[in-house]
Structure formats: structure tokens, C-alpha cells
Design a protein around this ligand. Structure first.
Ligand SMILES: *Cc1c(COP(=O)(O)O)cnc(C)c1O
Length: 235
């Protein structure tokens, strides 16, 4: 293992954790936030550095990459998340990998197909419903208007899917108020799913907006670049 990038991993992790701490204390001393390290642009060696600095949850956005890294890091007790858009022809492969949590359930068609394949394999999968709360065409997810009905539909008709809550990607904007608006909208629907279905997870916030996301009620953030930055320079 490269010693310099190991130090960098510890430094990045410390920085992110203290920023999480500041933001979550603005909400409440009891507000707990989980940190998922998104390693999609990084090697298994990078992941190991962050793992030995203390990080345990990692996420990928391509099924094949998830598979490769899970195999390479098989000996480590990592909780693997899948945060990408799931193509229909990759559903079976993802099921086989038994991810800890799939964040991107973004259509009813996908939900029904996933449920059917889970049924055939006699497995379950913990999932989050993705909400396109910034109304951006480039993003997948349910429109805010339809997300609660979709949630109820999946709860009722897809017993193999264990919905845990909602996920969104913040508005692609430099305007913090725009970004917060998209987070607050997701939070509003998350509160509904919490009341109705005892949902537990509101996954929102990335490297550039996680403090705002936490202040808006996020309890799971997905951080890539802020955790892995400058690893490369030390190699
Ligand atoms: C890449 C990615 C992230 C992490 O992005 P950073 O800006 O590098 O922190 C979070 N969530 C999803 C869905 C991603 O694809």
C-alpha cells in the first residue's frame, strides 16, 4: 500500500467527517448521518486506503465495476451500495451481487421487473426510490408528483423489494437556494414515507452539496471526489 495516499485518505476522511459533524449538529445532536464513499472513479487499491482509514460503506454506479471491486476486495467486510441507473439487462447480475442497498429505483417498470427476478431467485433487495426533485431532464427518477403513489404501489405489489426510503441528486446549479429547494422537496416526501411505511433512509448530498443536504434533513450522503481527491498525486 502506498503510504502517502494512505495519509491522504485519513486526511480526506477526517475533513469530510468534521464537515458532516458541523452540518448535522445544526439539525440536532441526535441527527445521525451515514457516509457512503462513491468509488466509481477509483481503483480497489484506493478503496483499500480509505477502508484502512476507517470507511466501511462504498458505492459504485456500474454493475460490472461493482462486481470486479467486490471480488478484488472480497476479504474486507465492506457494505457495497449500488447508486447507478440499473439497465434491465443488468438486473440479474446485480441481484447475484446482493448489494447492501440499491439507491436508484427510478421507474415502476424497473421495480416490477426487479421484483419478478428477485422472486425467481428467491431473494430480496433493499432499495431507495429515486426522486427527480430538481425536475431535470438529464436525471432519472420519479417526478415528485408521482413518487408517493409509486412508493405505495411498490410496497403493495413488489414484496421482494424492501423499500427503505428516498434518494435524490441535488439540482445541478450554482445557486444554493435552488439546490436546497430540491433537497427540501425530497425531504417532504421522505417524511410521508416515514409516517406511512416507517422509511428510514433519505439519501441526498454529494461532494459539492452534502452540507446543504444534511441541513435539509439528509441522513445518508454519497461522497466521491471529496474523499478520494489527490490520491493520484501521491502515487
Ligand atoms: C458519482 C456519484 C456520487 C458522488 O459524486 P461526487 O460529486 O464525486 O461526490 C454520488 N451519487 C451518485 C448517484 C453518483 O453517481
Amino acid at each position: 500500500m502506498n503510504k502517502m495516499s494512505k495519509n491522504k485518505a485519513e486526511e480526506n476522511l477526517d475533513t469530510v467527517i468534521s464537515q458532516i459533524e458541523q452540518a448535522r449538529l445544526k439539525v440536532s445532536a441526535h441527527h445521525i448521518v451515514s457516509l457512503v464513499a462513491i468509488s466509481k472513479y477509483n481503483t480497489s487499491e484506493d478503496i483499500k486506503n480509505l477502508y484502512f482509514a476507517g470507511q466501511r460503506a462504498f458505492g459504485e454506479n456500474k454493475v460490472q465495476d461493482l462486481k470486479t471491486k467486490m471480488q478484488e476486495l472480497e476479504s474486507l467486510p465492506i457494505a457495497w451500495h449500488f447508486v447507478g441507473h440499473l439497465q434491465k439487462n443488468k438486473i440479474s447480475a446485480l441481484i447475484e451481487l446482493e448489494p447492501y442497498l440499491f439507491h436508484g429505483l427510478d421507474s415502476l417498470e424497473l421495480a416490477f421487473e426487479l421484483n419478478k427476478k428477485l422472486e425467481n431467485k428467491n431473494k430480496n433487495m433493499a432499495c431507495l426510490l429515486q426522486v427527480n426533485s430538481s425536475y431535470e431532464k438529464s436525471k432519472s427518477g420519479f417526478s415528485p408528483k408521482h413518487c408517493l403513489d409509486a412508493y405505495r404501489n411498490i410496497e403493495k405489489n413488489c414484496p421482494r423489494i424492501q423499500l427503505q426510503g428516498l434518494m435524490c441528486i441535488g439540482a445541478n446549479s450554482k445557486n444554493k437556494d435552488e439546490i436546497k429547494k430540491s433537497f427540501l422537496l425530497t425531504k417532504k416526501f421522505y417524511e410521508e414515507t416515514k409516517k406511512e411505511f416507517n422509511a428510514k433512509i433519505c439519501s441526498m448530498g454529494m461532494s459539492n452539496d452534502f452540507q446543504e443536504a444534511i441541513e435539509c434533513g439528509s441522513n445518508m450522503i454519497r461522497i466521491g471526489s471529496a474523499l478520494f481527491k489527490e490520491f493520484k498525486e501521491f502515487k
